[in-house]
Design a protein. Structure first.
Lengths: 193, 151
């Protein structure tokens, strides 16, 4: 009698412990679609989501002419990656997807992301390809009027999306989430394999 | 000295003397304004940089920062970043007023100087001379070029 009741309980507890440990940041497992895109990489070559499977993948939508929030966000993740073991680091990558393809050519993006470390890759595309992606993840971006020198500001999502090695959505990071919480969630997804 | 001028300014303002004393007061204030922790966050390539610093107004009246200039950049603008409903916004700011005795921080994810189109190559560890415009008075400040990773 006892045995019969305990076993399923134990199994359930194990399941919860392994597959469904709660994230400290925002859980998006049920609310976001898997990672799919068709873009262009820093060498001007086609880049498809399938090419980026096999590693825990963080996705951020930004642009290189952004001097404050974008580099701070990428630098923040570079410092979080620094906390990982070498083995964990091999299993993580961060994609900066440009919402300003006009100015963010593959060369510009490659130079920009290269400054943050080998885990960082910049992707761009034409407007339809980028819109397909921003619509998929329900994020917005908008352009301000250019100034007299032709410079313009792009307002964009500040969120960072995390996907597991199979491209399944896992968690979302916002500015107020602490680095410690992000690190814990990142390790959890890397450990999924 | 400054105290006396400020008091005078408050009381004598409506008289003809006011204008002359006001001018004197502004000049006296420039030396009571100090800037510290001036950093210029830059990346390789020609992407814009962000300038951060703390400005302390040690004078007895409000001061207004209206702009900045440097021979190392084509243009410098005053900007502010903000977050609203998960969106990162940035917009230009005409001026920033700093009250008497107050310190105002240009800091990551908030107010910053936006340095556009560098005219000479710059790398981490370099110094850049910048002139802040405070009530029409130039205030020279040296910015250290840093990587955004150090902020
Ligand atoms: Cu700016």
């Amino acid at each position: 009698m006892m045995k019969r009741m305990l076993l399923p309980l134990l199994a359930a507890a194990l399941l919860v412990g392994c597959a469904d440990e709660e994230f400290r940041t925002t859980d998006i497992e049920e609310i976001m679609p898997s990672l799919e895109f068709a873009l262009t990489d820093g060498d001007g070559e086609p880049a498809r989501a399938e090419d980026y499977r096999g590693k825990t993948t963080l996705v951020y939508f930004g642009y290189t002419q952004c001097p404050d929030v974008c580099p701070l966000t990428l630098a923040r993740f570079a410092s979080i990656f620094n906390e990982l073991s070498e083995a964990e680091r091999d299993d993580v990558q961060m994609l900066l997807i440009s919402v300003d393809p006009e100015r963010d050519t593959p060369e510009v993006l490659k130079r920009y992301t290269g400054a943050f470390g080998p885990e960082f890759t910049g992707l761009t595309g034409d407007k339809e390809e980028i819109d397909a992606l921003t619509n998929r993840y329900r994020i917005a971006y908008s352009f301000e009027e250019p100034n007299e020198r032709g410079d313009y500001i792009v307002n964009h999502s500040s969120a960072v999306f995390a996907f597991n090695a199979e491209g399944q959505p896992r968690f979302l990071v916002r500015d107020p989430h602490s680095n410690q919480d992000v690190l814990a969630d990142l390790r959890q997804v890397i450990a999924e394999g | 000295m400054l105290n006396a001028l400020s008091n005078a300014r408050r009381h004598v303002m409506p008289t003809l003397l006011g204008a002359a004393i006001l001018l004197g007061a502004v000049n006296a204030q420039a030396s009571d304004v100090s800037v510290s922790n001036a950093r210029l966050s830059l990346l390789p390539g020609n992407t814009p940089g962000a300038g951060y610093f703390d400005i302390e107004n040690g004078s007895e009246s409000a001061i207004t920062l209206t702009g900045a200039d440097s021979e190392a950049f084509e243009a410098i603008e005053l900007h502010e970043s903000m977050e609203h409903d998960g969106m990162a916004h940035m917009h230009g700011v005409e001026s920033v007023e700093i009250g008497p005795g107050e310190t105002f921080s240009f800091a990551p994810r908030g107010h910053h100087l936006m340095f556009m189109d560098r005219l000479a190559p710059l790398t981490e560890g370099d110094e850049v001379e910048v002139t802040l415009d405070i009530d029409g008075e130039p205030l020279p400040v040296t910015f250290d070029v840093v990587s955004p990773a150090s902020l």
